[in-house]
Design a protein around this ligand. Structure first.
Ligand SMILES: [Zn+2]
Length: 223
């Protein structure tokens, strides 16, 4: 049913919620993986976590390069997956659901204009966003959503928390109870995981941390 989930989140929230990686386009990158800036070797989030929580700079195991999480910094281009999939996904779109977004950051914000003209668009958000302004309409610009005009037959705005909006949508579609059960089960899994991690010993104790100081500390020591 879900063709693709486009997100601006970098915190892997969707993966934690159980959406398979191939269904997600993390437009601003993700902490899920990292790469060596020199040789390009890929590293997992768990590998980087150990280094970062031990207060050390993640250095590649193959070369002296720094390992950077695959998040997109200001001025960097968006992942190839984003540019590649949006050209094939959006023509196939039959319903566009936009969840909790100010629709203010480009190029993400104009994705709403890529859905075919007869495709319904539903925005679940705390405030109205991404709508065509009067000035845009006067200038004959067609971008953005059109919640208020008399001719609107496709754009729907639901104001409130995304969780409530999703539950209401699921109720209307007849799988409300299934969604409640899924949320309960997944929350239980996450709580168990948190408990398990609390019991695990920290990667390095304080004494070891002192030995491995980061570059900033090394500069401070020299001053
Ligand atoms: Zn390397």
């Amino acid at each position: 049913m879900l063709l693709r989930h486009y997100t601006q989140n970098i915190d892997t929230l969707e993966r934690v919620a159980g959406i398979p990686g191939e269904k997600i386009v993390e437009a601003h990158g993700t902490f899920h993986t990292g790469h060596c800036l020199e040789c390009g070797k890929e590293y997992s989030q768990d590998w980087m976590k150990v280094k970062i929580f031990a207060n050390t700079t993640p250095i590649c195991e193959n070369c002296p390069g720094i390992v950077k999480p695959d998040i997109v910094f200001f001025g960097e281009s968006l992942p190839t997956k984003f540019h590649k999939l949006l050209t094939t996904d959006f023509p196939k779109c039959e319903l566009l659901i936009i969840l909790g977004s100010s629709l203010a950051v480009q190029p993400f914000a104009s994705l709403v204009d890529r859905a075919p003209n007869d495709v319904p668009r539903l925005l679940l958000n705390r405030e109205k966003a991404g709508h065509r302004t009067g000035m845009m309409a006067m200038l004959g610009m067609s971008g953005g959503m059109d919640f208020d005009s008399k001719n609107n037959t496709r754009d729907v705005l639901w104001l409130g928390d995304c969780d409530d909006g999703c539950q209401l949508l699921a109720d209307k579609l007849g799988f409300g109870e299934e969604l409640k059960e899924l949320c309960r089960r997944e929350h239980e899994k996450i709580d168990k995981e948190i408990e398990k991690n609390k019991e695990k010993p920290k990667p390095q104790d304080k004494k070891d941390q002192k030995k491995e100081v980061g570059p900033a500390e090394k500069v401070k020591e020299k001053l």
